[in-house]
Design a protein around this ligand. Structure first.
Ligand code: ZN
Length: 131
């Protein structure tokens, strides 16, 4: 899938392996490159092998900058989600809380003890009253 940066180049020579030879639509520079290289040429970020285009219109620079920014954000979000996934899955694997069945069991035990307790109190009270 080719991104919008490909609108601004003409493929001069398609290669079987690796990136094609492309020509910039603005300055006619011919270079070998894929999407990243084309974006670099257009928006002129530092530490790139390729020189920034000196004829690219400002709105295209903006468009490509936004595109690069979006790509960075998507990558960061993905990393955050992966970190979150790891954190939650490791928390789940630690058994700390009682399970629902065990809670229900305990509640039943309390319920069953109540009639006996009532009976005991009634007996106690009758004893106290009658004495
Ligand atoms: Zn150019």
């Amino acid at each position: 899938m080719k991104g919008p940066e490909w609108k601004y180049v003409v493929i001069v020579e398609e290669k079987e392996k690796g990136n094609p030879r492309v020509q910039c639509c603005f300055c006619d520079k011919v270079y070998v490159g894929g999407s990243a290289r084309i974006r670099e040429h257009l928006h002129g970020e530092q530490n790139t092998v390729i020189k920034q285009c000196d004829k690219v219109p400002e709105e295209v620079v903006d468009e490509i900058r936004k595109l690069v920014q979006e790509k960075k954000e998507v990558k960061m979000k993905k990393r955050k989600l992966e970190a979150l996934d790891k954190a939650t899955s490791s928390a789940v694997s630690k058994p700390q809380w009682p399970t629902l069945p065990s809670l229900i069991k305990n509640e039943k035990a309390v319920d069953e003890s109540v009639p006996w307790l009532e009976h005991f109190i009634v007996q106690l009270l009758t004893t106290v009253i009658s004495s």
